[in-house]
Each structure stands twice: as C-alpha cells, then as structure tokens.
Design a protein around this ligand. Structure first.
Ligand code: SF4
Length: 207
C-alpha cells in the first residue's frame, strides 16, 4: 500500500482568534504551510521549510481536532502560500471533519480545491512585474497591506481585477506604523467601500 501524501506543515495551533479582515475576532485554529512562491521584503511570517514537518491529511485533521478544544470548527489555512499544497484530498478530509476553511493567498496561483472563504492579499510591488495576479479567483475579501507603494491607482487596479464583497486596507506593522495607519485611513475615507483592518491579534497579544 502506498504511503498517504505528505504536506509540509510549519505549524498547527489554537485555539485563537482570527485577527484580520471581515472575520476579525472569530475563534479559530490555524494551519500554516511552509514555503511561499514570493519573497516580500517586509514579510513577517516564518514559512521556511527548516523546522517544518511532513504530515498526511489524516494527521493534519487529527491535530486540528486536538487544538480546536472549544469547537470553533473554523480553520485559517495560510502560509507561506497555501495554494502550493492545498489539494482536493486534504480539502475533503478537513471539510469532512466539519471544519469551515478560510484561506489567505497572495492571489498569484490557481486554487486547486474548494475553500469556504478566500482572502487575497496581493503583494506584486515587491516583484517587479515578475508574476501576475490571477483575475478569476473566487475571492470573498481583498486585503491590501498599506505601505508607501500602495495608493489610489494600486487599489483601483485591484478593484478591476477581482469581484469581492469585502475590501480592506491594513497598515503595514513596521517601524513606520503610524505613517502607514494614517495613509490607510486616508485611503479608506476617500474610497468608502474599503474598510480599515487592524491586526487585532498583534494589538491584543495573541498568536
Ligand atoms: S506572499 Fe505572504 S508569506 Fe509569501 S513572502 Fe509575501 S508576505 Fe510572506
């Protein structure tokens, strides 16, 4: 019998709260895959394969159930870039276990298996046109991290690229946070279908 397919998992943890976007404050657990197809300069996520472990779908589901002690049955699937590994067998196993799947992708790759909520957080500014944002992804929300590279023209390009119900600007949480926050507020004020998203988990100190 062949061994079940392994996925490269950086961490599975919970219970915690979703910190960002339309579901901010929602109890959940996290499944973070290793590896990303991009290399954004201000990336604050450790997605290196170093320290990641190989788990098959049944092992991932067992671990999700274990950390979901309060029964949120909501898993945030992130990375790295989760579409590199998310496929139908894993999606079926996680959803059959009763989990609602919320995924955050950078919008540069096809989604190979179903999710219940797709957040696209595009970062093309770090890659000199070397990759394309896919226009036909089933996005529920677009979340743009605001630094000096993000302006009205950038947001207008995203608006023409996707159809989504929720649009967020989120200040980059670096040493110039106050500056980025002021710009994000200004953008949301002038484009009122966009809303301000703050990284609630960082503000209240949860993982
Ligand atoms: S797409 Fe996300 S995880 Fe990948 S390098 Fe950029 S910020 Fe980091």
């Amino acid at each position: 019998m062949s061994r079940p397919k392994p996925y490269l998992v950086k961490e599975i943890f919970g219970p915690t709260l979703q910190g960002e976007g339309a579901h901010a404050g929602r109890p959940c657990v996290f499944l973070r895959f290793a590896v990303c197809n991009l290399a954004c300069t201000w990336c604050d996520t450790d997605f290196a394969a170093d320290g990641a472990i190989h788990l098959d779908a049944a092992e991932i589901v067992a671990r999700l159930r274990e950390v979901d002690r309060h029964g949120s049955r909501t898993v945030i699937v992130t990375g790295g870039e989760p579409t590199l590994q998310w496929d139908a067998p894993l999606a079926d196993a996680v959803r059959d276990a009763g989990f609602r799947v919320h995924m955050e992708s950078n919008g540069s790759r096809e989604l190979r298996a179903r999710v219940d909520w797709l957040t696209i957080s595009p970062k093309p500014q770090f890659h000199d046109g070397r990759f394309h944002l896919l226009p036909d992804l089933p996005a529920a929300e677009i979340k743009v991290v605001v630094d000096d590279t993000v302006d009205d023209d950038v947001l207008a390009r995203y608006e023409s690229n996707w159809t989504a119900e929720h649009w967020f600007v989120q200040p980059c949480m670096d040493e110039r946070y106050d500056h980025h926050l002021a710009r994000a507020i200004d953008l949301a004020t002038r484009r009122p279908w966009w809303r301000l998203s703050l990284q609630l988990h960082k503000l209240i100190g949860v993982p």
